[in-house]
Design a protein around this ligand. Structure first.
Ligand code: 0RA
Length: 650
């Protein structure tokens, strides 16, 4: 491509481009977070974000994502199309610049709410660099242009390949993730669909279509009601106390959109977004919202004498958030992201923007809807009473020293080192598996906490009941970092909390109960990446003295077919197992002896553990509510849909 181009500037640019792409391929995790499933799916988000940016700028209303038969992904939009004219500085087509120069992906002007910082916003050139091949087609000025790349390097010039239809504009990008880079390259429809659904709620004018040509699935997301529909979706299984409240406004070039409602739950579910990015760790926009909510509701209650003088109740911020489901979406021109996972908004000016808008509009809303105001205040008063009861319950157990780590639970087998970053806590289902784990562990850095039976379902119980539960008390004091609003993950006594349950229906139920508890009461543990799920093997396959473990059905089949293809055992019995080979399915952890448990599930050198992360907190919240809440029908539907992923015992 450099042929015939004598511009020295071009050569210099070219070298920089290669260096840039090389840097991305050398350290992909620096650009997309990781090289596992999560990073893989980020590639799609990266391209889609550009199409959404076109929508935010007012030029696009449709995005279509296709998982193609060959495993590549196509993202198409009806935006202006990436410009193809010669870039004044780089002296090559702007399309080539966008696709090959780091951070050139966004708009060239500064007045659009382009996504920057965080994991997104690294630019489409990163997707290109991490793709075995990539092809872009641009519909613009009545023509169709195209360019192809391999591992980020242009393989063709930008060429005109046909005529576009009248007024047809847009961009169509197809890429094949590079198997030299990614550990997995198969896209998951549900993972992508969850993100697309979220984007469609956040951008109500956009229609997002997602198709999977391999699994033959398709969904179209378009929500005219935007955030209001988002809140209704989140609260599908809860009972709202009133019609969803919607607030919209703009100050200092910062548009703010909020929808919220109170329901019959005890937890709060506030999801915040900046430029469509989920700010898991919150930030100034969230603080602005909470401050305004507390102040406005308090003033309203005082003014309308909704708090009886004889009841000496002091409403706190937490009381105003119990049973609150809210989505906050702001657009910030130059967002600063902070925090461990770069998902905390740092721009201090945004706090007062949100605070002012919510303060004004909510007060106005309450004046116009007194019956809603009354219901909300009554709910907050009930929350305050329950909080008081919970405090008493906590005091009671605290007096018995049940919650602090000065008095570790009797059944905890602690580790000997005292360095949280190097130590692990295994929470184990059942006393017998707990016994094996205690014998099999490396006691220097591994602690074992066996649990008896099922723990309480925190989704259905009041906080004081939750705190009275012995198993829950044991978990709280073993971890030693507090609970609920007082939880501080930096105080955790272990760097890894590993949940180890049987590979059967009961085991997965207990795992969900534990995760629900951690999610509701110790969410920072998940945010800081400290929660893991152990992966015990499902099968043991024996041939003579040799033993193999298989962690899923695929692996089992691979091992069995190895025996067959070795010609060692051509004959098979009725179960498909080659003769001379015995296979057993582990019913539970208790069936393994301590050495086996160590070797297969606990030895950091040989085990696999799954890190729990909340890619989408909204989806997680929905999942826990669906699995653990009251409504039966959505739970059944969820379990049916996901049955193929569940470990159901046979
Ligand atoms: C640079 C400038 C303009 C649009 C785009 C990039 C653009 C990028 C992508 C990526 C996927 N879809 C896209 N659509 C547009 C502005 C173009 C103009 O001013 O006409």
């Amino acid at each position: 491509m450099a042929k015939g181009n004598n511009n020295s500037n071009y050569t210099a640019t070219n070298i920089n481009v290669l260096k840039g792409l090389e840097a991305v391929r050398k350290r992909p995790a620096m650009y997309i977070g990781d090289i596992g499933a999560r990073g893989l799916h980020h590639l799609v988000s990266e391209v889609v974000d550009n199409s959404i940016d076109e929508a935010l700028a007012g030029y696009n209303d449709t995005v279509m994502i296709t998982i193609n038969k060959d495993g590549s992904v196509t993202v198409e939009d009806k935006g202006r199309g990436i410009p193809v004219d010669i870039h004044p500085v780089e002296k090559v087509s702007a399309l080539q610049v966008v696709m090959t120069v780091l951070h050139a992906g966004g708009k060239f002007d500064k007045d659009s709410y382009k996504v920057s910082g965080g994991l997104h916003g690294v630019g489409v050139s990163v997707v290109n660099a991490l793709s075995e091949w990539c092809k872009v087609e641009v519909y613009r000025d009545g023509k169709i242009y195209s360019q192809e790349y391999e591992r980020g390097i242009p393989k063709t010039k930008v060429v005109e390949i046909g005529k576009a239809k009248k007024n047809q504009t847009g961009t169509r990008t197809t890429f094949m993730p590079d198997s030299e880079i990614f550990k997995v390259t198969k896209f998951n429809f549900d993972t992508l669909a969850a993100r697309m659904r979220e984007l469609a709620y956040l951008n109500k004018d956009v229609t997002i279509i997602i198709k999977d040509e391999i699994e033959e699935e398709e969904e179209t997301f378009h929500f005219k009601g935007g955030l209001i529909e988002f809140v209704k979706y989140l609260d599908e299984t809860r009972n709202p106390l009133h019609k969803c409240v919607y607030i919209e406004g703009e100050r200092d070039n910062t548009p703010v959109e909020i929808a919220f409602e109170y329901n019959n739950a005890y937890s709060d579910n506030i999801h915040s977004y900046v430029n469509n990015i989920n700010t898991h760790e919150g930030g100034t926009h969230l603080v602005g919202f909470k401050t305004a909510l507390t102040r406005t509701l308090n003033n309203y209650a005082q003014k309308n004498k909704l708090i009886k003088d004889n009841k000496k109740i002091n409403l706190t911020g937490d009381d105003f958030r119990e049973g609150l489901t809210a989505v906050i979406s702001v657009k910030v021109l130059e967002p600063q992201f902070e925090g461990q996972t770069k998902t905390k908004l740092g721009n201090s000016e945004v706090k007062s923007v949100v605070e002012t808008i919510v303060g004004e509009k909510l007060a106005e809303y309450l004046e116009e809807h007194p019956s809603v105001g009354k219901k909300i205040i009554e709910k907050c008063l009930r929350a305050a009473e329950a909080r008081e009861a919970a405090r008493k319950a906590r005091d009671l157990v605290r007096r018995k020293n049940a919650l602090d780590s000065m008095h570790l639970p009797g059944k905890l087998a602690d580790c000997s080192i005292n360095e949280p970053e190097h130590s692990e806590l295994y929470i184990v289902e059942g006393d017998s598996a707990g016994g094996s784990a205690k014998q099999g562990r490396d006691r220097r850095f591994q602690a074992i906490l066996p649990l008896k039976g099922k723990i309480l379902n925190v989704e259905k119980a009041k906080i004081n009941k939750v705190l009275e539960n012995a198993e829950i008390q044991a978990i709280i004091s073993a971890i030693g970092a507090g609970i609920g609003p007082d939880f501080n993950h930096e105080k955790a006594r272990y760097g890894k909390i590993i949940i180890m349950t049987d590979a059967d229906v009961d085991g997965s139920h207990i795992r969900t109960l534990l995760l629900t508890f951690i999610y509701r009461q110790m969410k920072e543990l998940i945010d800081s990446g400290k929660v893991y799920i152990a992966q015990p093997p499902l099968y043991k396959i024996k041939k003579g003295k040799e033993e193999f473990y298989a962690y899923d059905d695929d692996e089992r089949d691979k091992i069995l077919s190895r025996f067959k293809s070795n010609g060692e055992s051509n004959e098979v019995d009725e179960s498909g197992t080659p003769k001379g080979v015995s296979m057993s399915r582990y019913k539970g952890l208790g069936e393994m002896n301590p050495e086996q448990l160590w070797e297969t599930t606990m030895n950091p050198e040989t085990r696999t553990v799954l890190q729990v992360n909340l890619e989408s907190a909204a989806a997680a919240d929905k999942m826990f509510e669906t699995l653990m809440g009251d409504a039966v029908e959505p739970r059944r539907a969820f379990i049916e849909k996901h049955a193929k992923y569940a470990n159901i015992d046979i």
